[in-house]
Design a protein around this ligand. Structure first.
Ligand SMILES: [Fe+2]
Length: 385
């Protein structure tokens, strides 16, 4: 996040002697991104973060592609993904390309006997159902319905859920996730016309130092494989840290909609961006107020991008029948638009309570075997009168 933050104890000058009460040195670590050219933080550990005890056998979690090329409006019933106890096993990649992987998950249990580190992608974990705490060495972030957790690559974390009924919509991005550039001034500050500002950003808090030796399993994801590592010290042994590289969160409920006299185009809903895709939030808002306005969207041809909508809550005005957790994929190359009847129905309406997350990837998405299992095969015919 382009916002400086610091927790715990750090020395007044970087790269200088910083000693424990017993006179030995703390271990400094630079966590940097895009080489040394982008956001970074300096972390002070109780012990060096390099004490590997053993390595396990790596195993593949690569998405299995079922439909590489297609040109069909597709719908997936997301809540048909079955709950599973384990967080990592519960994650089912459904739509993937070389820029991002989109997964659904319904984990029942907190991570207690291992830690997880995604070394290949930033993660955006959208909390559809459930509450809990994202635990990291940088500190903790409490989460609830509507939160986007943004976890930069390389962050070791655990998900602690308060209950067993959890539904997550997860985006893995192979480029850094960031607020849209047009909403930031030359110093990185979010500008007045941005739909959210720094006050809405939840940063880690409650840093607790785990000064512990033992066997600590970290499952590290890299190039589609999970590498089981056993480290000799607790990964959350941070004494303190400072910088711009850390996990953070934004609630979709804090995204302030931009409205107008006429139908506003999708970019007003943009919340985050990565390379070759954007993430948007459709939130409850007043409808267009021109006396002849049509609140429902016009038909549109996505010539250059696919369009994924994940329906979260409310009555989605342009669709005939959608259910919570449903995903629609409207591929680039053919038009799509409101369902029959929804244009007339929208006229005169003053507001909508729809809540949805949209992803527009500029490269085509492939469907996985897990996606095919939850597909509504007749969706492409749903515009027939
Ligand atoms: Fe659309």
């Amino acid at each position: 996040m382009p916002l400086y933050h610091s927790l715990g104890s750090i020395p007044p000058k970087r790269h200088t002697q910083f000693r424990k009460p017993d006179g030995s040195l703390y271990a400094e670590e630079l966590v940097s991104t895009e080489g040394f050219s982008s956001l970074y933080s300096l972390v002070y550990h109780a012990y060096p973060p390099t004490i590997v005890k053993t390595l396990g056998e790596p195993y593949s979690v690569e998405p299995k592609i079922a439909r590489e090329k297609h040109l069909k409006h597709t719908s997936l019933i997301g809540f048909n993904v079955q709950p599973e106890d384990d967080y990592l096993q519960s994650r089912k990649p459904v739509l993937v390309n070389s820029d991002l992987h989109i997964s659904l998950a319904a984990p029942r249990q907190s991570m207690t006997d291992y830690f997880y580190k995604n070394s290949q992608a930033d993660e955006v974990v959208f909390i559809h159902e459930g509450t809990g705490t994202l635990k990291t060495g940088f500190g903790n972030i409490k989460f609830q319905y509507g939160d986007y957790l943004v976890i930069p690559r390389g962050t070791i974390y655990q998900m602690e859920f308060d209950g067993t009924a959890n539904r997550l919509f997860i985006i893995e991005s192979f480029s850094p996730i960031r607020p849209p550039k047009r909403y930031r001034n030359q110093y990185g500050q979010l500008m007045e016309h941005s739909p959210y500002c720094e006050r809405d950003i939840k940063r880690p808090a409650d840093l607790k130092t785990y000064d512990e030796h033992g066997d600590f399993k970290i499952l590290i994801k890299k190039q589609g494989l999970i590498y089981p590592y056993i480290y000799g010290t607790h990964p959350f042994d941070f004494i303190g840290w400072d910088g711009f590289h850390y996990p953070w969160a934004l609630s979709i409920h804090d995204f302030e909609p931009i409205t107008g006299r006429l139908h506003q185009p999708p970019p007003v809903h943009q919340t985050f961006e990565g390379n070759n895709f954007v993430i948007c939030s459709f939130v409850p808002r007043k409808f267009d107020y021109h006396p002849l306005s049509i609140p429902a969207p016009y038909n549109h041809s996505n010539v250059d991008s696919d369009e994924v909508l994940y329906y979260v809550d409310g009555d989605f005005m342009s669709r005939k029948s959608v259910v919570k957790g449903q995903i629609t994929l409207h591929p680039g190359g053919i038009p799509h638009g409101p369902h029959p009847g929804s244009v007339e129905k929208s006229i005169g309406k003053e507001s909508t309570d729809e809540l949805a997350v949209m992803i527009d990837p500029f490269r085509p998405l492939m469907l996985t075997e897990d996606a095919i299992k939850i597909e509504d095969e007749n969706y492409y015919k749903s515009w027939q009168y």
